[in-house]
Design a protein around this ligand. Structure first.
Ligand code: FES
Length: 363
């Protein structure tokens, strides 16, 4: 059977990062610099991605700007016909680097912010002075004529300032802001009590986002999805397992999503030991939750089975111990009510960081 090609490749070219956010989406066991794929490997992988029919590449990390070959890789991807996006914290982006990246053909930049308040930003990133650097980086992106998205990761410690984060995106003339609630696996699962918002915080933020959408009228697009723990329906995580995305880790593991390695019952193929096309076509880890055949009966018989594709497998594992279980974010899951209780308890617990994101996976 010929399989539809993936839409996008998330290239996590490094796990090195000067920030230590306690909700980082990288695995708890971070890959060290010495194990990263070399420039030539990434270039071959990019060529294979283009040949496979992939349209977009997202350079991510860690902080992708710590790799000195970033502009070279961007240029290579652009020459291969891919739309290129850089996902960065912005703290290492200066005028010289911006010029090199623009010259290489970079199309879009996504800059994450930890908070609109400098002290809150310093606290979460453990990187003093991060926010002014990010503002400067965002302005450089605009001056270079590139498209800009601000990515604001929200949680209990900053959700009350969501309006100020939207104002930040307006001030730096971004075209889009993604207000992304923390996802609870990996680092964030360890720090759930610190990060889980209360329901009252969430309701206030959701109402404010609606008002801001009306005020902005599309001048600044706001992407906003409520967090799974307070949702009634699961999200179509990654647009469905093995349907739209490939994620490649710094050492070349080819994964259906950035958190897939938390599912330790699956073995993941490594590039360049297998080609990208082979992995996409028939790797058992990709096949494990692809489509609808794997689903429990409740999901298989649900009208939304090809809308949410069964939700998030990493979350199902984190909450039930079984990656193939119904995602508890779904109101049809027998564990759904527990999830709400869990969220409520975490949101009222003492807000302590149990693990900062550091090499070695230790707090
Ligand atoms: Fe892995 Fe959702 S993060 S399936």
């Amino acid at each position: 059977m010929t399989r539809e090609p993936p839409l996008a490749l998330l290239a996590e070219i490094t796990h090195r990062c000067p920030l230590q956010c306690p909700y980082c989406s990288n695995p708890v066991e971070l890959v060290r610099a010495g194990a990263e794929l070399a420039t030539a490997d990434w270039q071959r992988l990019i060529d294979e991605a283009a040949a496979l029919g992939i349209l977009q590449i997202h350079f991510s990390g860690g902080e992708p700007m710590v790799r000195t070959d970033l502009a070279q890789l961007v240029g290579h991807a652009r020459a291969a016909g891919l739309y290129t996006n850089l996902i960065t914290s912005g703290v290492l982006l200066d005028a010289t680097k911006m010029e090199a990246l623009a010259r290489a053909g970079l199309d879009h930049v996504q800059i994450s912010i930890q908070d609109s308040d400098p002290a809150g930003s310093d606290l979460i990133s453990a990187y003093p002075g991060a926010l002014p650097k990010k503002r400067q980086a965002a302005l450089l992106v605009g001056e270079a004529g590139l498209a800009l998205t601000i990515n604001a990761v929200v949680h209990r410690q900053n959700l009350d300032r969501v309006g100020d984060m939207i104002a930040f995106a307006e001030e730096v003339e971004a075209q889009r802001i993604e207000i992304a609630h923390v996802q609870y696996y990996g680092w964030a699962l360890k720090n759930r009590d610190f990060l889980m918002p209360t329901l009252a915080q969430l309701d206030a933020a959701t109402a404010l986002v609606e008002r801001e959408r009306a005020r902005l009228g599309g001048r600044l697009v706001i992407d906003y999805v409520i967090p799974d723990y307070y949702a009634r329906k699961p999200k179509a995580c990654m647009g469905g397992w093995g349907r739209r995305f490939l994620n490649v880790s710094p050492e070349g593991k080819v994964l259906p999503c950035h958190a897939a390695e938390t599912i330790t019952s699956l073995a993941f193929a490594t590039y360049p030991e297998r080609s990208l096309a082979d992995i996409w076509a028939d790797d058992p880890a990709f096949a494990a939750f692809r489509g609808t055949d794997w689903m429990p009966e409740t999901c298989k018989s649900c009208d939304r089975r090809e809308i949410d594709w069964g939700g998030c497998r990493c979350q199902a594992l984190a909450l039930t111990g079984e990656a193939g279980a119904i995602d508890p974010a779904c109101e049809r899951s027998p564990r759904h009510d527990e999830l709400f209780d869990l969220a409520r308890a975490a949101s009222l617990a003492e807000p302590v960081v149990r693990a900062w994101r550091r090499m070695g996976g230790k707090s």
